[in-house]
Design a binder for this molecule. Structure first.
Ligand code: TRP
Length: 431
């Protein structure tokens, strides 16, 4: 079997999960986590939340809500790696490494940042009004999320595709500069449901305030669904499925057969009240069984905390050793490694004396240059002590200084007196 594909995605913890998040992110990632030969890394992007909100209680609450949602929707924490971004300090460390080789120009082109510039331009405000540096750096943090775990596939909404492309660019720059460390990730887009419309027909989004919370109590869910905008056609008039938010939401929950039957009901002139009732029942039949688990987890946040800590340990078992390799790659290294090379080169560069005993029972020494070529060869001595004394004389004076020294050792064949003197001088200087 080939090695499993790594699938990774995160959800920013800045709000309460709604049907759009469920259909576009939670449900597909839970399904993907059950596919054979895949490994899922799913996380709560709470560092990202700080870009959008300065409300600590909201970040904390949203973290619990999103974690509880994922589990209630069938994520099996023991079968995946399920964690909170801020429990993995390696992510911020990698963010810095990546920051230092990301062109500012690349970030200037990010949609989320450019949208702010356009908004400011339209309002006649300073271009960077209300733009924090976190928003500017958002794509780098996201690249670190992905690259730290060498994810192959990243399921995201269409609006995030540019960020995955940037992660690829940044990974290539790193690999080019420091060697192959990162896999180049690919985006996976759930096309059929990439954008679920909200109550007003625009994309369901916290920023439009048109969302239907995923785990709204049954009665509230019904009320919200009754509030979805429709045209003013009366019961009995055929309805258009094209451009109907109601229909699109239905389709995201129904089987193709159910959707075909609903389209037929539109053609047959179903009243909007009945159509909304059918949508409500279809959604509620999928959500109701999960709602109980969600409410239970919201009541016992300590259980969620324990799951997340176990998940962080699993994630760090991957992240910590990998980060150690990355630190080495960029040059954040222990200095003693340099001392070791110094000792080696110094030793290698110097001539040396070697002492030994021959079969005749006498003690000898020779002087060899750095490459091991013999320059001086001693006569035999009665003891190592005498050898040592002769070496000390040669080291102190060189070989040519007096004939007495020539008695101690002779220039070896192929070597010269000048070489022997130079070697002895080198030894003197190094001492
Ligand atoms: N930015 C993503 C969003 O708002 C969330 C996110 C953060 C993410 N890091 C990620 C998604 C890494 C995929 C991979 O939807």
């Amino acid at each position: 079997m080939s090695s499993p594909l790594r699938v990774l995605t995160g959800i920013t913890t800045s709000g309460t999960p709604h049907l759009g998040n469920y259909v576009g992110a939670v449900r597909p990632t839970v399904r993907a986590s059950r596919l054979p030969n895949t490994e899922s890394f799913l996380f709560l992007a709470d560092y990202h939340a700080l870009i959008k909100t300065g409300d600590p209680a909201r970040v904390q609450r949203s973290t619990l809500e999103i974690a509880a949602t994922w589990i209630a929707c069938g994520l099996a924490p023991e079968q995946v790696t399920f964690y909170r971004q801020s429990d993995i300090p390696e992510i911020t460390e990698l963010t810095w490494f990546l920051t230092c080789l990301t062109g500012k120009g690349l970030l200037n082109r990010a949609h989320a940042y450019k949208a702010m510039l356009d908004k400011n331009a339209a309002a006649g405000a300073d271009p960077d009004d209300g733009v924090n540096a976190g928003l500017f750096m958002y794509p780098v943090l996201m690249a670190a999320d992905i690259l730290l775990f060498n994810a192959n596939l990243v399921p995201v909404g269409r609006d995030q595709v540019q960020h995955i492309e940037m992660a690829r660019d940044i990974a290539s720059s790193f690999n080019h500069q420091y060697g192959e460390h990162f896999v180049l990730p690919e985006a996976v887009i759930e096309d059929a449901v990439a954008t679920l419309p909200g109550l007003d027909g625009r994309k369901m989004s916290k920023s439009y305030d048109n969302t239907i919370p995923l785990f709204a109590p049954r009665e509230q869910l019904k009320k919200l669904i009754l509030g979805i905008v429709t045209d003013s056609k009366t019961p009995g008039e055929p309805k258009d499925t094209e451009g109907s938010a109601l229909f699109q939401i239905y389709q995201a929950f129904a089987t193709p057969e159910e959707t075909a039957a609903f389209a037929q009901a539109y053609a047959d002139g179903i009243g909007w009240g009945d159509a909304k009732q059918r949508l409500f029942e279809r959604i509620d039949s999928e959500i109701a069984p999960m709602r109980a688990t969600y409410e239970e987890l919201m009541t016992y946040p300590e259980r969620v905390e324990a799951l997340l800590r176990a998940g962080a340990a699993k994630a760090r078992a991957v992240a910590t050793p990998f980060t150690a390799r990355l630190r080495h790659a960029v040059g954040l290294r222990p200095l003693q490694a340099l001392a070791e090379t110094r000792v080696k080169t110094d030793k290698a560069a110097l001539p040396s004396f070697k002492q030994y005993r021959e079969k005749d029972g006498l003690f000898y020494f020779k002087l060899a240059d750095a490459k091991g070529r013999v320059l001086l060869q001693s006569r035999g001595y009665a003891s190592p002590k005498h050898c040592g004394e002769a070496i000390a004389h040669l080291k102190a004076q060189g070989w040519s200084a007096s004939p007495a020294l020539h008695e101690m050792a002779a220039v070896a064949e192929g070597a010269s007196a000048a070489e022997a003197d130079a070697a002895l001088q080198a030894l003197r200087e190094a001492a």
